[in-house]
Design a protein around this ligand. Structure first.
Ligand code: ZN
Length: 141
């Protein structure tokens, strides 16, 4: 493992062990409930939108480190963005994880950390689960 890979692994573990914006979500606040049967991941989302700006994203869930770290990263990166900005970022993120877009085009350290899953097609769904859930929430706005 080289230094960069080690750094990336640390970023993922940090988000997994200390998830940002994670809290229990009351049923009436829940706007997305996504499951990945391949490895038992579950992501629930509650999103507060004011005008066209995403003010707050809360997530709850369980599953593998990739799915939970990716959800934590997603909440940090999309909070404060407009719906249009967030939608564009989600599309870019999913394209990158699916290998349709080169990693080097992005200088986003968190995305680079998650991009290791591209070598394991089954894990791509783990990384994109929360972002796809968010996409659905925004589409319903
Ligand atoms: Zn998973």
């Amino acid at each position: 493992m080289d230094d960069m890979e080690q750094l990336y692994q640390e970023i993922i573990l940090d988000h997994y062990k200390h998830p940002r914006n994670k809290s229990e979500i009351p049923k009436q606040d829940m706007q997305a409930d996504e499951e990945n049967p391949m490895c038992g991941d579950r992501i629930m989302l509650a999103v507060d939108v004011e005008g066209d700006v995403i003010r707050r994203i809360r997530f709850d869930g369980k599953g593998c480190a990739i799915s939970q770290a990716s959800a934590s990263i997603m909440t940090e990166q999309l909070q404060g963005k407009t719906i249009a900005e967030a939608s564009a970022l989600i599309e870019e993120f999913v394209a990158m994880m699916r290998g349709e877009k080169s990693v080097t085009q992005s200088e986003n350290e968190e995305w680079l950390s998650l991009s290791g899953v591209r070598k394991f097609p089954l894990r791509v769904k783990c990384a994109t689960l929360s972002w796809r859930g968010m996409q659905k929430v925004l589409a319903a706005q």
